[in-house]
Design a protein around this ligand. Structure first.
Ligand code: RVP
Length: 501
């Protein structure tokens, strides 16, 4: 007879945290959200080789994780997994761009030649939205620098638009410049000392390398949790599949990727075991997560196969219709709880700690705290990040509201059938994801700051100052449908609706 789980499976919405004793040292300033990302021999006293400063990763999805979002999230202390449903070259180029990005050093993307007109300049500024323009001999981002022109140097309506840029720019002779190799701190000092708003950095031939802006020079002070590798480059992840990994993995490693994950709606498969084995034997230092699974059997299988972390979740994603289409899945909270128990048992038996990631189905910020309390080491979010300025999609107006587009990797739009066909032939006839809009929500920084602040405050209510203690000591209660209603504003006429996130 089939194995039947007699208990219904639950979602995060059906649980709440019950406070624990909050001692005098249990204050937000003392809370750390640092968390392990990959397996390590904890019992032997090893240190985890890759940790994050906040327990949040962005989903392996076209509508979510490109290089821009990856930089924004690494600044906050988390990791993006750049989507794999694209050519190996494109994906590796995105990883390389993240690794090349130097905090505070900006490659100029609005450039002009001195003999071009103010009209052309205004056009360029409108296109990029950047008001400081490098004037180079050949009009390229790395051409020989001849001046800088900003919107403040000429007055629209008072200047002839046919006049030349060279008549209005600050010429080279009056510019304060930095030499190749200058550090951000030195650039920052120069900007303050010379009272300038930007500092072009040039090589020995006078060719433009970067611009450092006054506002960005302080960037690393504003981002104390930024996640950097040993060479001070941002940490970045990437999604891979079970087909082309022998080509994709070396390209990503070459581009500098720090961690990868097999990206599949269902990971309890021979394909994933083989991929993990092949990759680890060819590139022993490559860090590879695997999944997704929803029970102890799935976790143990991937743990034995060598997964560096295991992702949990089938059918819980906001754009996911796998449960409707195939009847496969499990409530995300139940899946997380069971896999966490299996992870702890595996640790007891082997001394190896394998981090687990609760992937999909996070709707409210407190769901992140619940997932951690249930044993997850970090979460993966799609819808959440898709709403921000930094996600790869356009901001649109629909019915008078700003929205961004968000589509599943199993939707026709993503045309990523490989991911869903268990390693078999291409072209399944049904979709497992939808194409949708999500409400636009502003900048990643503002939202992540708010979310982590809620997690930190909830942890203080639980009487803990770090994630391992939350996992050990949290008290969690199931709630009834009636008490859910009690949890929101009720039986009053609300004046201004406060929307929970
Ligand atoms: P959510 O954060 O709820 O939007 O869920 C994102 C997760 O949904 C992804 O990390 C992935 O596991 C899953 N996903 C992505 N595409 C699809 C699909 O098309 N069914 N599902």
């Amino acid at each position: 007879m089939a194995y039947i789980f007699e208990e219904p499976s639950h979602t995060f919405d059906e649980y709440l945290l019950v406070p624990g004793y909050t001692g005098p040292d249990c204050i937000p300033a003392n809370v750390t959200l640092q968390t392990p990302v990959v397996r390590y021999n904890k019992k032997a006293g090893e240190k985890c080789p890759l940790t994050m400063n906040i327990p949040m990763t962005s989903a392996v999805m076209q509508a979510v994780s490109d290089d821009k979002l990856a930089v924004a999230l690494a600044k906050e202390g988390g990791i993006s997994f750049i989507f794999g449903s694209q050519t190996i070259e494109n994906q590796a180029a995105m990883v390389a761009r993240v690794k090349a990005y130097k905090a505070g050093f900006v490659s100029s993307d609005t450039n002009i030649r001195p003999e071009q007109t103010l009209g052309e300049l205004v056009e360029a500024i409108e296109k990029t939205g950047h008001s400081t323009v490098a004037v180079t001999e050949d009009g390229t981002a790395n051409g020989k620098l001849v001046g800088i022109i900003t919107e403040r140097d000429f007055r629209i309506g008072h200047c002839e638009m046919s006049e030349k840029v060279s008549a209005y720019m600050t010429p080279l002779s009056s510019l304060v410049m930095g030499k190749e190799g200058i550090t951000l701190d030195e650039a920052n000092d120069l900007i303050w000392e010379k009272k300038v708003n930007q500092l072009p950095v040039v090589d020995k031939d006078g060719k433009l390398l970067y611009l450092v802006f006054r506002k960005d020079a302080a960037s690393h002070e504003e981002h104390p949790l930024e996640l950097l590798d040993s060479q001070k480059r941002y940490i970045v992840g990437a999604g891979i599949n079970t087909r082309d990994y022998m080509d994709r993995v070396p390209a990503l490693l070459e581009a500098g990727v720090d961690v990868m994950t097999l990206d599949s709606s269902e990971g309890f498969t021979e394909w994933q075991r083989r991929a993990l084995q092949d990759i680890h034997s060819k590139w022993p230092n490559a860090k590879i997560g695997a999944g997704n699974v929803v029970d102890a059997d799935g976790f143990n299988f991937l743990a034995e196969a060598g997964a560096d972390f295991v992702k949990i979740g089938i059918g819980g994603g906001s754009i996911c219709i796998t449960r409707e289409q195939k009847g496969i899945g499990r409530g995300q909270a139940t899946a997380t709880i069971e896999v966490a128990k299996a992870r702890d048992a595996y640790y007891e038996k082997t001394g190896i700690y394998i981090p687990i990631c609760s992937d999909g189905g996070i709707v409210y910020d407190h769901h992140v705290t619940l997932a951690l309390a249930m044993g997850a080491d970090f979460v993966m979010l799609g819808r959440y990040f898709a709403r921000f300025d930094e996600s790869p999609t356009n901001k649109l107006i629909v019915n008078g509201n700003y929205v961004k587009e968000y589509w599943g990797e199993g939707s026709n739009r993503a045309r990523n059938w490989q991911r869903y066909d268990l390693g078999g032939k291409k072209g399944m006839a049904f979709e497992e994801g939808v194409d949708s809009y999500v409400p636009y929500a502003g900048s990643l920084h503002d939202n992540v700051t708010l979310t982590t602040s809620k997690i930190i405050h909830a942890m203080c209510n639980c009487g803990v100052t770090n994630i391992p203690d939350l996992q050990k000591n949290a008290k969690i209660t199931l709630v009834s449908a009636a008490s859910l209603r009690e949890g929101g504003a009720h039986d009053v006429i609300v004046k201004n609706t406060v929307k929970a996130n």
